[in-house]
Design a protein around this ligand. Structure first.
Ligand SMILES: Cc1ncc(COP(=O)(O)O)c(C=O)c1O
Length: 371
């Protein structure tokens, strides 16, 4: 039997998620995956280095208890309201596995299970992992367009549009939006959450760069979860630590289906030490926001259409050449940004906010390309 027949048809047909490139080119300015340009706090590096010893032979704490205790204190909730994951990507995958039925579930044939139970719903554009997670689960995808300026449609508008499913088993909502960067008011998110009858995950991967956050919705509405990550704001992509906050019943369900030791030990130690030095990181948020605002002004002056951003990246439509050509022109000058082929964003570049020096090199390269 050919090997291809040993693979599930669903996996065969799957369009896998494509992560941003991690090239090793000397002198490259890497502005393509929304990594933080500043290193972790010296205290975090020291804590990780001090933990590299004979302990590596032991399993880590299976529930990341100490980290959950620190997070609970920070957010004013209990450790039972929190699950830590191998990055927030794992948290999102667990939510799909835990709350969404596969569409092929035999129960549907007998109409015992409503079709909405198999629906993963999200806006477009948003995080391109969501459709992949839905496909892996064999779920039904319901992708609904944001307004043309990537603002959030109101509940009445969604009702009129008829394609939004207020009973969807799971709604994934990126806030601030990625790749658009737009922030959403908590009051608007609350109205939408209140109208949903399934689980809503507010994916706040970039929230530390925003004016507002919606954590209170996870602590007041029993069907709402907020996902966060240490990757972006806390310079810890390498260690893969994310978490989700919400009602104990939903969180306990996700604990049941995660891997026994889903968060590696050094990652737990790094994240704990991060929470002990938040002052360091808050200073970095300020620097990144200032660079974002500077770069937005500079690129706008060079005739880029830059969308307002509450994240550590901007989405900008370059003038003249197609965006994909700009991607190559910048790459030729050793600057790596991200381009997505999806129709609603194909005319844009997504540019991660680096250091002020990196932003200045980018602006100089843009001037050179325009010449
Ligand atoms: C919107 C959004 N959510 C979640 C993630 C996942 O982050 P991590 O798995 O590193 O925590 C990303 C990463 O790019 C993202 O853009």
């Amino acid at each position: 039997m050919p090997n291809s027949q040993l693979i599930r048809p669903l996996v065969h047909a799957l369009h896998a998620y494509v992560p941003g490139e991690q090239p090793r080119i000397k002198g490259l300015i890497k502005l393509n995956t929304n990594e933080n340009p500043y290193p972790p706090s010296p205290k975090v590096l020291a804590a990780v280095a001090a933990a590299v010893d004979g302990r590596l032979r032991l399993y880590p704490n299976p529930t990341a208890l100490k980290l959950r205790e620190k997070l609970a204190k920070l957010h004013g909730c209990s450790p039972e309201n929190i699950l830590v994951g191998n990055g927030s990507d794992e948290v999102l995958a667990l939510a799909v596995r835990g709350f969404v039925e596969p569409a092929q579930n035999p129960a549907f044939k007998f109409k015992r299970t409503k079709p909405s139970k198999a629906v993963v719903q999200y806006f477009t554009p948003s995080y391109s992992l969501y459709p992949v997670l839905a496909e892996i689960q064999g779920a039904t995808k319901n992708a609904v367009a944001l307004n043309p300026d990537f603002s959030l449609p109101g509940v009445a508008e969604l009702r009129r549009g008829r394609t939004w499913d207020f009973n969807a088993a799971l709604t994934l909502l990126t806030t601030p939006n990625a790749p658009g960067g737009r922030g959403y008011a908590t009051a608007d998110l609350e109205k939408l959450c209140q109208a949903q009858r399934g689980v809503v995950v507010l994916d706040e991967a970039y929230v530390d760069f925003a004016a507002d956050h919606a954590l209170k919705l996870a602590l007041t509405l029993p069907h709402v979860l907020v996902a966060r990550t240490f990757s972006k704001a806390y310079s810890l992509c390498f260690q893969r630590v994310g978490y989700v906050v919400g009602h104990v019943e939903l969180i306990a369900a996700l604990h049941k289906i995660r891997d026994s030791y889903n968060v590696n030990g050094l990652g737990q130690i790094a994240a704990e030490a991060t929470l002990d030095d938040l002052k360091y990181y808050r200073a970095n948020f300020k620097k990144i926001i200032a660079t974002r605002d500077w770069l937005t002004r500079e690129l706008a002056a060079l005739e880029f259409r830059v969308l307002p951003s509450q994240a550590n990246f901007i989405l900008a439509r370059p003038p003249g050449l197609p965006a994909q050509d700009w991607l190559q022109e910048l790459r030729d000058r050793k600057i790596l940004v991200r381009w997505f082929s999806a129709p609603e964003v194909k005319d844009y570049l997504r540019i991660t906010i680096g250091t002020p020096a990196e932003a200045a090199v980018l602006v100089a390269a843009v001037r050179d390309i325009r010449r």
